[in-house]
Design a protein around this ligand. Structure first.
Ligand code: PXL
Length: 291
């Protein structure tokens, strides 16, 4: 007998960090709240994310293949594969093989090429990881680099600001690498004080932009929260601009809910305070089409 699957399943390929709200610690609650079952394939276990000093890091590369083998034996299938922080460049071919072996017509492949932020690579990210990540993004339907990661993938210097014309070129260049949908987050506007998330959809050749007011705080894990909401929204059937809108406004709300406290920013946004907002009808919509 073939079992029915009342809830869509997402394979989430990320690390598990015990302190700070990043990776699986935010991916699972967000996607669960949005109605999806998450099957975590952990890439590493860390005492905390890498922005804290002195973190303990356990690379799980050698455990991934046996885990995947067991999943195959169990007959698992997925509506989406969503990868993020990887523990070693040796995991890239494993993730590629995973995607190939779970491919189906309606599998959504989301790759967040987690490499760095604010113009810097994260502590464990090597040059080899950057070059291998260029190969993984080819297999994705959707990629969501921040501006630092986009510059690493395109071998361009990290820019202080970008004109719309330039950011469109970056989006097109990334789409040429393979993905149908490219989203770049944390893009400073040339007009001061604003940041935006921008997206390009190769299918209809349209560009989208959702601006956001700048708040002078830097919370780790917001990229993971962003891509989790975007993935959940796309799985729920939202259009790209609405999914982008929901992801940006969720982060913005989370940052505002957190910013008023005197608080260790490395703990990330107070996700527990804002999760339920994921289930209210779209409260704000501020997307623009870039012509
Ligand atoms: O949020 C991205 C991320 C994921 N995983 C680990 C990290 C970071 C960012 O700092 O250190 C371990």
């Amino acid at each position: 007998m073939k079992f029915s699957m009342p809830v869509k399943q997402v394979a989430a390929i990320h690390d598990l960090s015990g302190c700070g709200r990043t990776s699986l610690a935010v991916v699972i609650p967000i996607l669960s709240t949005m109605g999806f079952k998450v099957c975590p394939l952990p890439t590493a276990v860390l005492s905390s994310h890498t922005r804290y000093q002195g973190y303990h890091f356990v690379d799980l590369t050698e455990h991934m293949v046996p885990i995947i083998k067991h999943w195959k034996e169990l007959g698992l299938s997925f509506s989406a594969v969503y990868s993020g922080f990887l523990g070693s460049h040796k995991q890239i071919p494993i993730v590629e093989e995973f995607i190939e072996s779970f491919r189906s017509d309606d599998l959504l492949v989301v790759v967040d090429p987690v490499l760095g932020d604010n113009g810097q690579r994260y502590g464990t990210i090597t040059e080899k990881m950057v070059s291998e990540m260029k190969s993984l993004v080819r297999m994705a339907d959707v990629i969501t680099p921040n501006l630092t990661e986009a510059s690493l993938l395109l071998d361009k210097p990290y820019p202080q600001s970008l004109e719309n014309r330039e950011i469109k070129e970056w989006l097109l260049n990334l789409a040429e690498m393979g993905p149908e949908i490219v989203v770049i987050t944390s893009v400073p506007d040339s007009s001061q004080g604003k940041f935006s998330a921008l997206a390009y959809n190769k299918n209809d050749s349209r560009f989208w932009k959702v601006p956001i007011d700048y708040i002078p705080a830097d919370y780790p894990g917001t990229g993971d929260c962003f891509t989790s909401v975007l993935t959940g929204a796309l799985l729920q059937g939202d259009s790209l601009p609405i999914a982008l809108d929901r992801a940006v406004h969720f982060i913005s709300y989370g940052v505002r809910a957190t910013f008023g406290y005197s608080y260790d920013q490395n703990q990330g946004i107070l996700l527990e305070r804002v999760l339920e907002r994921l289930n209210i009808p779209i409260p704000v919509s501020s997307y623009e089409i870039l012509l």
